[in-house]
Design a protein around this ligand. Structure first.
Ligand SMILES: Cc1ncc(COP(=O)(O)O)c(C=O)c1O
Length: 408
């Protein structure tokens, strides 16, 4: 194994800051020098079932020997994953799933789907997809434009399309923007039900979601729930939007769907949306429905069900929240704690990079977050299998790390 860590960095001069990981187990990542790092964020909030699950790797290996099959053709692993999703995960009325290799491809495809739906309905003037500020939907040029993560947009201006934005929390403003933009030009509305790393678990109220939902239904605007972070149990329900009065037409998943073991994303559409595209088609990516990824995804979802892990998030989530509040609720460097399930954001008035680095020095990984109005934050989003002792360690170590971060 090369010890020249600079070699791995894409950009010359990038700091060789992170340890080399050679193994993993449960909620821990194991470094080449034998440290055990408690993974308080499931990697990039992907590791829902925890690490070291050899049965996922075995399922993927068995399916991969098929090699490559053009995405339009069914295979056993593709069929099995669609069955799993339709029968056990997706809300009623969702019988159509388009697979991708991750979150960005999925949200980008959902934007394309909204446009394709409107064109198929004979409404070619509808091209805008409204996003929220702040938000993050990925790093394709389309998703950068639809989202509002100032840090991730920086340097790519002018953006591909001047997609309109609404505030994350203000129902009245949403109604105003719809009117100003003219609903006859709007194809879709894309939203994270609970904001991910752009806002560290900002959560709008029911009135907000009711307004968004009603406006979309009234004008036949495709409502896209970006469940890349919040999907597949992270918040204690199968999907994050199920906490709110929100009935999406399209549900986008990535991250936890493959559990972090494989690059896998999925765009699920209602029968109504899919039916409208019957004659126009919807072009796939070369690796849509990769067999190893589908088999691994189906195994991840089976494990979640077999071990009742979504239910566990619902019952244990409040205990994690209580620990965070008890240890950090009054901390002078923590200005807010929010979220639900195993999905929490801690807004800070110290540097998030300092906190993340101090945590890592203490063998804890938490996820850096924040953009626009949320300057500095970290996220706590452990695997659904985290034990009570591990939660104690996580919270105590995070407190030490925040104590160590200098005020700005
Ligand atoms: C809500 C949301 N959507 C989309 C994406 C993009 O996913 P990916 O990084 O897998 O392309 C992310 C990634 O963090 C995300 O959190």
């Amino acid at each position: 194994m090369s010890t020249d860590l600079d070699r791995y960095a894409f950009l010359p001069g990038a700091p060789a800051f992170y340890p080399t990981i050679v193994a993993s187990e449960g909620c821990h990542l194991i470094t080449s020098d034998g440290r055990r790092i408690l993974d308080g964020a499931g990697g990039a909030i992907v590791g829902n079932i925890g690490w070291g699950r050899t049965e996922v790797a075995e399922a993927a290996a068995a399916a991969m020997s098929i090699g490559y099959v053009v995405p339009l053709w069914p295979t056993p692993s593709r069929l099995a994953l669609v069955d799993e999703l339709v029968e056990h995960w997706l809300p009623d009325g969702f019988h159509h799933v388009f697979f991708t290799s991750g979150g960005s491809e999925s949200t980008d495809s959902a934007i394309r789907l909204a446009r394709a739906y409107q064109v198929a309905q004979g409404r070619p003037d509808r091209w805008k997809v409204i996003g929220r500020h702040p938000s993050y939907h990925g790093m394709t040029l389309g998703t950068i434009a639809a989202a509002s993560h100032l840090g991730r947009q920086k340097g790519y201006e002018p953006l591909l399309l001047p997609f309109p934005k609404v505030p994350w929390d203000d129902a009245e403003q949403v109604a105003k923007v719809f009117e100003q933009e003219d609903p006859a030009t709007i194809a879709g509305f894309i939203a994270e039900p609970i904001t991910g790393a752009a806002g560290a678990c900002l959560t709008a109220d029911d009135e907000y979601w009711q307004t968004v939902n009603d406006l979309c239904k009234e004008h036949d605007i495709v409502l896209i729930a970006d469940e890349v972070m919040t999907g597949y149990g992270r918040t204690g329900l199968k999907f994050g939007h199920q906490h709110f009065p929100m009935e999406p037409d399209v549900i986008v998943g990535g991250k936890g769907l493959g559990g972090g073991y494989v690059p896998l994303g999925a765009v699920a559409a209602t029968d109504r949306i899919a039916e409208a595209l019957r004659d126009s088609g919807f072009m796939y990516f070369t690796f849509t429905g990769n067999d190893g990824a589908c088999a691994a995804g189906a195994k991840v979802l089976e494990i979640l069900r077999r071990e009742h892990l979504v239910e566990r998030v619902a019952t244990e989530g409040p205990h994690l929240e209580a620990r965070l509040r008890a240890a950090l609720g009054d901390h002078p460097a923590v200005t807010d704690i929010r979220g639900r399930g195993f999905f929490y954001g801690l807004e800070l008035n110290v540097s998030r990079d300092a906190v993340v680095a101090a945590a890592l020095e203490r063998n804890l990984w938490v996820y850096p977050a924040g953009s626009g109005p949320v300057a500095d934050a970290v996220m706590v989003a452990p695997p659904f299998t985290i034990t009570a002792d591990e939660m104690d360690t996580l919270v105590a170590t995070l407190r030490d790390a925040i104590d160590a971060a200098p005020f700005m």
